[in-house]
Ligand binder design. Sequence first.
Ligand code: LMR
Length: 397
Amino acid sequence: MFDSLVERPADAIIALMEMAKADASPKKIDLGVGVYKTDDGATPIMRAVKQAEGLYLTEEQTKSYVSTIGNADFRKHMVDLIFGVDYPALTEGRIASAQSTGGSGALRIGAELIKSSGKEPIVWVPTPTWANHTPLIGSVGLEIKSYPYYNRETLGVDYVDMLDHLKANAKPGDVIVLHGCCHNPTGADLNSAQWDRVAEFMRDQELVPFIDLAYFGLGDGLTKDTYGLRKVGETCPEVILAASCSKNFGLYKERVGLVAAITTSPDQARLVQGQFGALQRRLTSMPPDHGAAVVARILGDAALRQVWLEELTEMRGRIKDLRKDLSNALRVQGAEAMAAAIIDQNGMFSTLPLSVAQVHVLRAEHSVYMTNSGRINIAGANSHNIPALAEAILAVL
Ligand code: LMR
């Protein structure tokens, strides 16, 4: 059986992560995989998480199965956190949700839900998008197409082209993947006025938004980072959401996420919720509980929640400071546009206007690791490495 298998191409981000790990150079600057790092380059466990884990260790009574839709407290707290307790679709009982195995699990269940509808819509993803969107969503057998999003000349969102392209090519019922905030890989986000327009456009064109909310809390704060999702959910009848706790709770390896759907009625929400459970059962049976129990403990305890909010604010502030420092270090003749874009962009990533050849020189000669597209994880920069990083980037320009 195995002799018929062929080598699969390596995932770009995972391969880069391994390459950076293997480089023992003391001057190494790893701007690859999207994990938050402190000024010393460490990814420590958040204080709120450590405290919640300590409490949970003594409180936990059983390791028995939870459920195919996961931890109920986790789901409730996450839905309240993301949408707000007064959100109309929530108070009207029109939101279905399930805990998922990370944001990727949420994307997969969302894609399975789309496939289960039997309607065979095309799923549209932005150009560029997270490297795993197409393999992950496409693996359920859905057709994927791309719409213009990031303009590598202006280093901003190609908003007019995006809507024109979708208007000309997407048909009613098609699904549009949108990054809720902190666009991965570019950091170029829609502003509030653009979200308002996109929401109306989706409604008028009868398109279904599928929002990937992997980095909320790390852009402009929890409220602003969820603005687009909430706007779209108030405007369009049906919305699918994939949210992650990997980054904002630093729970990467615990694999905690939430898939949710805004539906048109409580009956439909019950139906979708049942689908979520059945789909998860078919995929992995049940999601792991530890991370979800920790998130539920933090969000359900006023003191722990406060600790978490303060840490998240610190992390977000640090990312913004790093953007300023890197931008200042790059503000020389020939790199002004790049320096300005780094400030304008949002969240953990920016995509620098570098060619693949320049990225390879950065890797080979300067031990600076970023994806071939020029995506950098801003949190991989720090006060010690920014001068060398800026010098290396300017050297390859
Ligand atoms: C990233 O984009 O670097 C993260 O979302 C990690 C991953 O799995 O790709």
